[in-house]
Design a protein around this ligand. Structure first.
Ligand code: NAP
Length: 250
């Protein structure tokens, strides 16, 4: 019998995280839906997931805070059993502006939410999954961005830099745990239709920019979750420290 799969998806009350949670559930994976504030939306995802017959829980936790990450993993341990996969998806961006105008408070908030959270969740997952820690192995997927390559000038270089840090973490950590049964990979979505663009002050950003995308359109959350689910799965068993770009050719 294959072992039960248990996957934590951070920030899965909506957008790419929610699509990933539903797709995993449809594959028979037990899921932990983490969210920061959208309780009702998270419960809806859990409700939809359970219709596939899997165990699913929603856990509120701000993953930028170490104590909340510890509580999140302890809850998952108790309610779902040993974790086999982690998707570091939670992320934020802020109002579009050039670096010239950015405050330290803003830069730190973006880094803490996008980068520190990823380090902390990776650490807690590896403490449970690595052979040397008594674990059975597992898989981590970090949701980076095409912005790590483009730099997102005049919009959010802080966000782009946080995704660059995630890429470096993905590469370095993958090498630390390659012989520990844990694979660490990343996806780099481009322009995906979610609520995130509203946080930058431009909900219709993709419409403005899509003529510059070789495929001439934005992508869907499901087109990203397909790649995340593949990297998480045993089908990707020889892939670690690598990235899938999902940016319509950009
Ligand atoms: P979204 O629709 O804005 O959703 C963000 C999710 O993250 C929500 O579930 C939110 O929870 C959660 N979240 C935010 N801060 C959190 C925190 N401190 N602790 C726990 N959860 C937190 O975003 P999305 O577009 O799906 O993006 C998901 C990931 O893909 C992000 O890492 C983003 O950088 C990346 N990405 C997106 C695009 C794009 O075009 N959309 C492109 C490239 C990369 P609540 O709603 O409950 O607060």
């Amino acid at each position: 019998m294959p072992k039960e799969r248990v996957v934590l998806i951070t920030g899965s009350s909506r957008g790419i995280g929610a699509a990933t949670a539903i797709q995993l559930a449809s594959q028979g994976v037990n899921i932990c839906v983490n969210y920061r504030s959208e309780h009702e939306a998270a419960e809806q995802i859990v409700h939809r997931a359970r219709q596939y017959g899997v165990n699913a829980i929603a856990v509120q936790a701000d993953v930028s805070q170490e104590q909340e990450v510890m509580r999140l993993f302890a809850t998952l341990d108790n309610e779902l059993g040993p974790i086999t996969g982690l998707v570091n998806n939670a992320g934020i961006l802020m109002q579009q502006m050039p670096v010239l105008q950015m405050s330290a408070a803003r830069i730190n908030a973006v880094m803490q939410t996008n980068v520190t959270s990823c380090f902390l969740c990776c650490r807690e997952a590896i403490r449970r999954m690595a052979y040397s820690q008594g674990g059975q192995g597992g898989s981590i997927v970090n949701v980076s961005s095409a912005a790590s390559r483009t730099g997102a000038p005049f919009e959010y270089v802080d966000y782009a830099a946080s995704k660059g840090a995630m890429d470096t973490l993905t590469r370095g950590l993958s090498l630390e745990v390659a012989s520990e049964g844990v694979r660490v990979n990343g996806v780099r979505p481009g322009f995906i239709y979610t609520d995130m663009h509203a946080s930058g002050g431009e909900p219709n950003r993709i419409e403005r920019l899509k003529s510059a995308i070789p495929m001439q359109r934005g992508g869907t959350a499901e087109e990203v979750s397909e790649a995340i689910c593949w990297l998480l799965s045993d089908q990707a068993s020889y892939s670690t420290g690598s990235f899938i770009d999902l940016a319509g050719g950009r």
